[in-house]
Design a protein around this ligand. Structure first.
Ligand code: CO8
Length: 243
């Protein structure tokens, strides 16, 4: 599956809705046992949640948007398919979450590409299920430091801390992702799927049990004037960086 929502593959409500529908179709297709996620936008895997969806909108909109973010994560983290992220560009915040949610991550070895949960840099806090997914990949200490600092790690550093499983030259990314997929698909589906469920169930169950509470937390947090101000300043900073 190739993300193609220029300029930066930000995760808007439309993007998330289409992503979930596409995933569901693949999930229900018995002939499809695995999916490689990558980007058709040069230099960017995904810029994370679309910040404009979280700025100056109604409470109803925030609720709908946040449910779509939850849905994306729940579907991907619990997928029966083998999921491989071929990270061919920068991947902050929600983009990093998509990669973390996969079974295996391969990143293009370009040191200019960065990946991480940088929410703290925006003055916002990564939700508990972002944090849980991160901890499950890199361990508690690395996650704690990286989350508090809102670190964006260069590709080599991401590999060093275990945030991505391997680095390959960009032109070899597709072939390597295909080879990894073949390796994972060589196992019997039922054994692999049950093992995946065993490893991920507690974290999945936690969001399922607190889903509505999590929506309300998001709404009250994002509606705060101080948070809105931080997000507006961040967007302005992105625009200024350009000029
Ligand atoms: N949302 C909306 N618009 C964005 C986003 C985004 N995430 N990222 C970039 N854009 C826009 C830019 O403002 C710019 O718009 P315009 O052309 O109108 O000026 C356009 O996309 C292109 O951006 P750049 O010029 O910056 O493109 P570059 O190729 O130079 O850089 C990057 C690409 C590296 C992706 C850079 O744009 C960047 O760092 N973006 C910000 C990424 C980021 O910090 N995302 C975090 C989003 S928050 C999130 O995912 C989790 C939130 C959890 C919520 C918890 C609340 C309780």
């Amino acid at each position: 599956m190739k993300f193609k929502s220029p300029p930066v593959n930000s995760l808007s409500l439309d993007f998330l809705t289409e992503f979930c529908i596409s995933l569901e179709k693949l999930e229900n297709d018995r002939a499809c046992r695995g999916v490689i996620l990558t980007s058709a936008v040069p230099k960017i895997f995904s810029s994370g949640l679309d910040i404009t969806e979280m700025c100056g909108k109604s409470t109803e909109h925030y609720a709908e948007f946040w449910r779509a973010v939850q849905e994306m994560w729940l579907r991907l983290y619990s997928s029966n398919m083998v999921t491989v992220a071929a990270v061919n560009g920068s991947s902050p915040a929600g983009g990093c979450l998509i990669a973390l949610t996969c079974d295996y991550r391969i990143m293009a070895e370009n040191p200019k590409f960065s990946i991480g949960l940088n929410e703290a840099q925006l003055g916002i806090v990564a939700p508990f299920w972002f944090k849980d997914t991160f901890v499950n990949v890199v361990g508690h200490r690395v996650a704690e430091r990286s989350l508090q600092l809102g670190s964006l790690h260069s590709a080599p550093e991401a590999h060093r801390i275990g945030l991505v499983d391997e680095l390959v030259p960009e032109e070899k990314l597709k072939d390597r992702a295909t080879a990894v997929m073949q390796q994972w698909l060589a196992l019997p589906d039922h054994a692999r799927q049950l093992t995946k469920t065993m490893m991920r169930k507690a974290v999945l169950d936690r969001l399922v049990a607190h889903r509505e509470e999590d929506v309300q937390n998001f709404i009250s947090f994002i509606s705060k004037e101080s948070i809105q101000k931080s997000l507006r300043m961040y967007m302005e900073m992105l625009k200024k960086k350009k000029s």
